[in-house]
Design a protein. Sequence first.
Length: 258
Amino acid sequence: MSHILTFLFLACGLGAGMLLLLEAGRRIALWRKAKNPEAAGKEAGAVEAAIFGLMGLLVAFTFSGAASRYDDRRHLIVQEANAIGTFYLRIDLLPAESQSELREKVKQYLDARLAFYQKLAISDEAKSEMDRVTALQGEIWNQTVAGSQKSASNSIMTLLISSLNDMIDITTTRGMALRMHPPPVIFGMLAVLILVSSLLAGYGMAGSARRNWLHMLTFAAMMTIAVYVILDLEYPRFGLIRVDSFDQVLTDVRQSMK
């Protein structure tokens, strides 16, 4: 909930800044018109077009990137479910005496993975679960190697180790996906362009002495919503747009483990 409030605060703060600059731009235009009625509003067309175009391009770029990363994170959940499920099934290839304990470790491992993402918003608890994941990875590796050696079959060892590698590697891939976001300067530049565009838009709205509240509020509201959606897509474990529903794939794998 705290992250949702943070995203809303940032987006609403930007919206408030836009309204202030829309009004500031309008007043500047009225002041210039009062001083020089003939020149006011005739020289800024090319500048406005360039800045509005750049703002639109950056909004589209950040939104597209956020949506793409959101889809990638969902796909990685499915990949991890497949990797864990495949390794769990291949445990059948080991000698019978090596299977029971290893299966139990894999169950504990999957429980820890689910707990890590459920507690991600609480950094201390998430770190504790990640430490548990790392410890279980080592134990599963040692037991798999020991069991494979008892089977005296290189092909069985190859199958088990390759699937175990996939199961371990995907944790690193998903961990990096959590941290993969545009540099802060991109968001800073986007905010600056939106605010500058608001100033120019307000300047262009000074054709009438009365404020056009419909245009001002619509412009600010739409840009505020766009920024909020971009932030929500970038951090899909914390906002309103979430990938939690895809964790059901991992839960289904856990339930299938008898």
